[in-house]
Design a protein around this ligand. Structure first.
Ligand code: FES
Length: 296
């Protein structure tokens, strides 16, 4: 029987090492409590030995001019950096550190239907994108945004400010057949609203429309910077009317007055509850006259 230990010809990659750690941590979770306690103690004891040895090496290298340069080079190596940061000897890089901090606040964001993505860290500023309930104009969204900002600025020494990047616009798709203009628009469910110039500018107009077949429809027409959008006058939350909704042109949002659900004013996409949506109705302007299709 051979007593020699076979060594790999090449060193394992950083990814392979990280996966091995991840797999072992996952397997640890499947042990019964007593076995897990023993395994945790073994891991902790081995880590303490490694940490003590590493601290001695780093201290010694730091105190020697030539060795210090080598130490700084080594710290740039991803595997060495990971090892030293796992033992708390060097701080993780700002992006890793910021992501670790965001992971601690994410459960709170998720419980309110929100989320955050770190886009980059540049010149001490973290650029983030906010989703769901973190995005918009309600009180809860402001609170969640503050939570993200405070966590990053307080916990990551190299970050002193946070910038929120706008989300990519989400177009609302309206079936092309809904946009066809026939000889008799009224027979196709189009209802004449009136001259575009009579619609309140930078505001919303609640309207009660009646189709040619006598069907009534409660509608709001939003005029945000002369961009017109029509929606059925029902909040996606509890279907309450949006007559007194607040149109915020700086964010292009529409906020329901009842419980604060916030919508993109142009697409009707709900920013407070991902997946919810105002029912958008086809709208067209013919010779300065606004038409909305409420029945098709
Ligand atoms: S009905 Fe609009 S937020 Fe509740």
């Amino acid at each position: 029987m051979s007593t020699t230990t076979e060594r790999p010809l090449t060193e394992p990659t950083f990814e392979a090492l990280a996966k091995r750690v991840d797999d072992a941590v996952t397997a640890l979770g499947g042990l019964d409590p007593a076995a897990r306690e023993v395994a945790e103690e073994l891991r902790s004891a081995i880590e303490e030995i490694h940490r003590a040895g590493l601290v001695t090496m780093v201290r010694r290298m730091r105190s020697d001019g030539a060795a210090r340069d080598v130490l700084f080079e080594l710290v740039d190596d991803p595997t060495v950096h990971l090892l030293l940061s796992l033992h708390g000897i060097v701080r993780p890089d700002p992006v890793t550190h910021a992501n670790q901090v965001l992971a601690t606040v994410r459960p709170q964001l998720h419980s309110h239907g929100g989320d955050v993505t770190l886009v980059r860290v540049e010149d001490a500023t973290a650029f983030v994108r906010l989703e769901g309930a973190c995005n918009g104009c309600s009180m809860s969204s402001v609170t969640l945004r503050n939570l993200v900002e405070e966590a990053l600025v307080q916990e990551v020494p190299s970050i002193s400010s946070v910038e929120v990047l706008p989300n990519e616009p989400t177009p609302t798709l309206i079936p092309i057949e809904a946009l066809r203009i026939g000889l008799d628009p009224a027979s196709e469910g189009w209802v004449e609203v009136g001259p575009a110039t009579e619609l309140a500018v930078d505001d919303l107009s609640p309207l009660s429309l009646t189709t040619a077949t006598g069907e009534r429809a409660e509608v709001i027409v939003v005029n945000a910077g002369q961009r017109l959008s029509a929606y059925r006058n029902e909040c996606a939350h509890e279907a309450l009317p949006l007559d007194n909704a607040v149109l915020d042109l700086s964010n292009n949002t529409l906020t329901c007055p009842w419980h604060g659900f916030c919508y993109d004013a142009t697409s009707g996409e709900c920013l407070s509850a991902p997946g919810a949506q105002l029912e958008q109705l086809p709208l067209r302007v013919d010779d300065g006259v606004v038409w909305v299709r409420v029945d098709g």
